[in-house]
Design a protein. Structure first.
Length: 453
């Protein structure tokens, strides 16, 4: 348990955290919009585990470090709320309630409803179908082609999640999903983009088509004449809607049905892109992974137990999540006052929990700037230190699909490396990571591709 000396409910005579000085008027806006994780790590070293920042007219208190993660995991539900951060996004989907915008008992009830559909079992029993989705798209790739990496991976992941969780291909809707998600999150959640973008015809059309996709997926699954052996996420949502007192309204059902298609765009697709880059920059790690991949497919399509035994591939996926985390930080509102590390946080304070700062602290991960795929296996197991590893967030809102995402990353990368040979356009190429709104490679990330025999 976290020592109560680290945090307390008593804020009497406690000072506010130190303020990180920034530019006049802008404050730390530029650092937050360009590479927030680097900014949080630097501020942690300069100021400590709790500090205040400003970004133009907005004010935040930042908690960083392993003890901040432990605080969120152990007692965050008593002090923190996600509603303010996500409520505008929920309204944009036509509902007051999304899993990510809920707290307390209602949040736990919805997690239980969605848990099975987002679990790793959704993919464990569908390896052949998942691999076929990849093959259908890699068959279109020609040797010598210059491949724009992120859109290619987004198409793969969209198709996989549509098949696994909704049994409905997004097909021509992928670009609409990307447009809707990036615009809505950047405008209404991180507030990095101006609100007039919500009124652009291209965005409004994308939003309309995303809702149309959800309605089509629901209709297809409602019209099924036979029951599936293993119900998917949409099946679970429909089953709830048929109860005398369903948990979700029709609007909430539609919003929840959009989830499968959006889930991997900022998680699995970005992680696979960064993982390709990291392996190509580290030939020794690539050689170990490639050897495992070739053995995996040696006797036909792999099984789940074989994937679990791939230590190099697993280590590469975990190290990518450490260095290029899905969620560099989470934002919450303080619903009760508390003291952390001797400084007070007042009720109503907007908080940023910089959950992945420990990923770059040498006391947890020695030589943190080095891509080292052996960190995660005994005897080192560096990620198992309390509060040290949090690529999918922390607390009660820990990403519900993190197990599914981990398997999906490994299976997707194994299949791609088995079918295609990738190379950097220049050995000196350095990837450019941006907050869009989560950590993403710029669309200018291209690779040369050859088909493997």
């Amino acid at each position: 348990m976290l020592d109560n000396a680290i945090w307390s409910r008593d804020i009497t005579n406690k000072p506010l955290p130190p303020l990180v000085t920034g530019l006049p008027f802008l404050g730390s806006s530029l650092e937050l919009s360009s590479n927030s994780l680097n900014f949080f790590v630097k501020s942690y070293h300069d100021v400590g585990e709790i500090f205040r920042i400003r970004a133009a007219h907005r004010r935040f208190t930042v908690l960083a470090g392993s003890e901040a993660n432990q605080f969120v995991n152990q007692t965050g539900a008593d002090f923190l709320s996600s509603k303010d951060f996500w409520q505008d996004f929920a309204k944009e989907l036509g509902t007051e309630e999304l899993l990510i915008s809920l707290d307390g008992d209602r949040h736990q009830q919805m997690r239980r409803l969605l848990q099975s559909g987002y679990s790793r079992n959704a993919i464990i029993h569908a390896f052949p179908e998942t691999i076929q989705v990849i093959t259908n798209l890699t068959d279109r790739v020609e040797s010598g082609q210059r491949l724009q990496v992120l859109p290619f991976l987004q198409q793969i992941i969209c198709e996989q999640l549509g098949m696994l969780l909704a049994d409905y291909s997004p097909s021509d809707y992928c670009a609409d999903l990307v447009k809707f998600l990036k615009t809505a999150l950047n405008v209404m959640v991180t507030k990095q983009w101006p609100s007039f973008l919500l009124y652009q015809p291209s965005y409004r059309r994308a939003k309309q088509r995303v809702i149309e996709l959800a309605r089509l997926a629901i209709a297809k699954n409602r019209d099924r004449t036979s029951q599936r052996d293993r119900p998917n996420l949409i099946d679970d949502l429909i089953a709830d809607s048929q109860k005398a007192q369903p948990m979700l309204s029709e609007a909430e059902l539609i919003a929840a049905a959009i989830g499968p298609y959006l889930a991997g765009l900022d998680t699995v697709a970005n992680t696979c892109a960064f993982m390709l880059y990291a392996l190509l920059k580290n030939p020794e790690a690539m050689a170990k992974v490639q050897q495992e991949v070739d053995l995996l497919f040696q006797n036909g399509l792999p099984k789940a137990e074989q994937l679990r035994g791939m230590s190099a591939l697993h280590g590469a996926a975990m190290e990518t999540l450490r260095m290029y985390p899905v969620a560099a930080a989470i934002q919450r509102t303080a619903i009760a006052p508390f003291t952390f590390k001797g400084f007070r946080v007042d009720r109503g304070t907007t908080l940023i929990i910089a959950t992945t700062v420990p990923h770059f602290l040498p006391q947890f991960f020695p030589n943190p700037e080095v891509f080292d795929i052996d960190r995660f296996h005994p005897p080192r197991s560096e990620h198992k230190q309390n509060g040290a590893f949090a690529p999918f967030g922390a607390g009660t809102h820990l990403c519900l699909g993190n197990g599914l995402a981990e398997v999906q990353i490994m299976l997707t990368m194994a299949t791609l490396l088995h079918q295609l040979e990738f190379s950097l356009e220049s050995p000196n190429y350095q990837i450019q990571a941006i907050n869009n709104p989560t950590l993403s490679p710029r669309n200018r990330f291209y690779l040369q591709v050859q088909r493997r025999k």
